[in-house]
Ligand binder design. Sequence first.
Ligand SMILES: Nc1ncnc2c1ncn2[C@@H]1O[C@H](COP(=O)(O)OP(=O)(O)OP(=O)(O)O)[C@@H](O)[C@H]1O
Ligand SMILES: CCCCCCCCCCCCC/C=C/[C@@H](O)[C@H](CO)NC(=O)CCCCC
Ligand SMILES: [Ca+2]
Length: 500
Amino acid sequence: HCQISGLDVIEGIIAVEETEFNKKQRNTGKWQKMAKPHAFTVYYVKKARNHRWRCSDVTFWCVDEHLCNQWIQALKELLEMQKSRPKQLLVYINPYGGRRQGKRIYEQKVAPLFSLASISTDVVITEHANHAKDNLFEVNINKYDGVVCVGGDGMFSEVMHGLIGRMQKDSGIDQNNPKAPLVQCNIRIGIIPAGSTDCICYSTVGIIDPVTSALHIIVGDCQPLDVSSVHHNNTFLKYSVSLLGYGFYGDILKDSEKKRWMGPMRYDYSGFKTFLSHHYYEGTISFQPARHTLGSPRDKDSCRTGCYICKKSEQQLAEQHKERGLKREEDEEEWKVIKGKFLAINAVNMSCACPRSPKGLSPAAHLADGSADLILVRKCSRFDFLRYLVRHTNQDDQFDFSFVDVYRVKSFQFTSKLSEDNESNVTDIGKKRFGQFCRDHPACCCNSANSTWNCDGETLDSSAIEVRVHCQLMKLFARGIEENCKGEDADSQSSVEQLL
Ligand SMILES: Nc1ncnc2c1ncn2[C@@H]1O[C@H](COP(=O)(O)OP(=O)(O)OP(=O)(O)O)[C@@H](O)[C@H]1O
Ligand SMILES: CCCCCCCCCCCCC/C=C/[C@@H](O)[C@H](CO)NC(=O)CCCCC
Ligand SMILES: [Ca+2]
């Protein structure tokens, strides 16, 4: 990525425009000597610290009008040849996400860049929850090269459900069948972060910055993403790309929804409260280990731009598509069963890095390897749980605890002890009374009530769920987190700058 080639330079150019002299910013004196100066300005991506991208520009002068026009023409033709760049985008803005700045962020920081890059947009400001999702079932989707969501993880989830759902509907696939092979969604989604956690943006771009994300959309980046489907009793519930969390993160979410007025702070408030309550939940987890992928959750290397582990999974996926129908795989593969008392059960399709935890819940998880990392945090003391949480914020290994287990899986199921007991018709009155007692006294840690699942920031209605990872089901306008060039802290130069 630090090499100069003709292609790299064009990839970094946002737009080329003829420069009008009365608008010229710099007066170096050079052009004043020319009889009749002509100029063009190249707008390009400047890479700054910490994965931040900025729009910079440079103006070229010459006396020969014909030569100047030839340059403009040649550069514009090269830009035209960049087929992965979007020309027409559908934009959904959630005006109430995060700090309620979505509309302002889009209008002030993103729309001018799209217009500079000659991208046409249809903009919808949502009026209620599920507006974007429902709208995606109605619009003429083929008209667009991508869908942009301005908001947080919840807004992204809505757009993703709309797009994946629409794809399956158009292809006659029944989403309620947990074993149905889902149809990939080739319309990319761009995320302009304006939410509270923005974990999907942070984990795929490396920074929460609307301008950086807009530039990744403009240059036409493409990052495939694994998606998990969640079912209960052959009924489709939701898709998930970041966190499916039961216990700790489910309880935080449930409590925080009542405090939406607090904005992003609600998670700190409910996080503290949930930590103090220290509830654990009994249940059974069964899972199929992901044997196809090369990595492990304890790897030291993380998923980065051009990740070879994700590329390998992409090849395997292509082979599977060719072979489909010839053999029935997977279903016969082994299931591991674990019963226990858990403070948290977290299944993550990506690292879940976010500003609160820059390395995330599973630092070595991959964006597109067809697997999820299943993290089981068993009952332990408050002090140990705090030590576990603190390790999400420093360099220490959060899996290096006797009460934490982590597995890389391709599917899993969960049933809580409570629903198992109910289903097996246990009419133990004493047990039921005890359940009631504990519900009435929430300070009691041996919680006999169920927790709820946090699915990418939304609560699920059932505690018993069946989850499958669908390798690279959708694509984002992103490229994964880039490896830092040479010196960690030095601003890395873009190819355009190196050429200059
Ligand atoms: N106009 C609207 N009014 C009310 N709710 C909306 C509207 N548009 C979208 N929503 C819903 O708001 C929810 C939360 O939005 P969003 O994800 O953008 O912000 P957040 O919850 O603050 O951030 P994060 O998900 O990153 O924690 C989404 O689930 C979405 O369905
Ligand atoms: C003593 C200090 C300890 C600090 C520990 C910090 C650990 C933070 C890990 C954060 C992991 C976020 C996972 C992402 C989840 C998102 O899909 C979801 C929707 O946006 N956000 C939350 O559920 C919101 C979850 C908010 C959690 C606080
Ligand atoms: Ca994955």
